[in-house]
Design a protein around this ligand. Structure first.
Ligand SMILES: [Zn+2]
Length: 231
């Protein structure tokens, strides 16, 4: 699917660049800045939703060069040197970008995936600490029972040692659980802030709302700068 289609040529009257987009014709550049070897409808530039840019010569008699090679139809990239007509009029990207801006959001898919993965890991961590906390309670209970038990063959010193070991282990678990209680939510907050910062429009840098990449893909344009979303 093509997002945009630009027809580019020279306006005979003003000698300006003439760009037709969506049925509208716009003149750009200085008067007489475009040589006569550029025709009224010289080339067509299409941009697909995947960000594919195709430059097509509109008339066999037109000269079209991409990076100094004569072409009829060519896939181009931002930054390629585009020249029209036998006078090699250079079609600058600064001019083209007045008509369209692109926001390639594809790298954001990985950002979203990374966020989901770490969020899940943090949830698992929290659950595990929950289990640890219950184990602490269980151990304390066991230690108490053991402490109250009458000596049945075991010496008092062995019971005491077990009691102390369980007490120490309980304290250790309690300590780990206590530490995690603040660590996990802190990391969670940090992670969200980091992702929010990275989840931004590649064209203008404005932050997108924290929504899944699939939802993001449904946008046609950046709501902040209007750049066409390449997905
Ligand atoms: Zn934007």
């Amino acid at each position: 699917m093509n997002l945009i289609e630009l027809k580019i040529g020279r306006d005979a009257e003003s000698g300006k660049l003439c760009v037709t987009i969506g049925g509208k014709t716009v003149l750009a550049g200085e008067p007489d800045s475009v040589p006569k070897s550029v025709s009224r409808e010289h080339v067509c530039l299409t941009v697909s939703s995947e960000g594919l840019m195709i430059l097509q010569n509109l008339n066999i008699e037109n000269d079209l060069y991409v990076n100094s090679y004569g072409v009829e139809r060519k896939r181009i990239q931002q930054g390629d040197r585009i020249e029209l007509g036998s006078d090699h009029y250079q079609l600058g990207w600064d001019l083209l970008e007045k008509f369209f801006r692109l926001a390639d959001i594809r790298p954001l898919e990985q950002v979203w995936k990374d966020f989901q993965t770490e969020k899940l890991q943090l949830q698992i961590k929290e659950r595990r600490f929950g289990v640890l906390r219950s184990a602490t309670g269980l151990l304390t209970t066991a230690a108490m029972i053991l402490g109250f038990m009458e000596g049945s063959g075991n010496g008092v010193s062995l019971r005491l040692v077990l009691y102390i070991i369980m007490g120490v282990v309980s304290l250790l678990f309690l300590f780990i659980a206590w530490r995690s209680a603040s660590r996990v939510p802190l990391r969670q907050q940090q992670l969200e802030e980091e992702t929010r910062r990275r989840y931004s429009c590649p064209a203008c840098g404005s932050l997108f709302t924290m929504q899944s990449y699939d939802l993001l893909r449904q946008m046609k344009k950046c709501p902040h700068c209007g750049a066409l979303i390449i997905k």
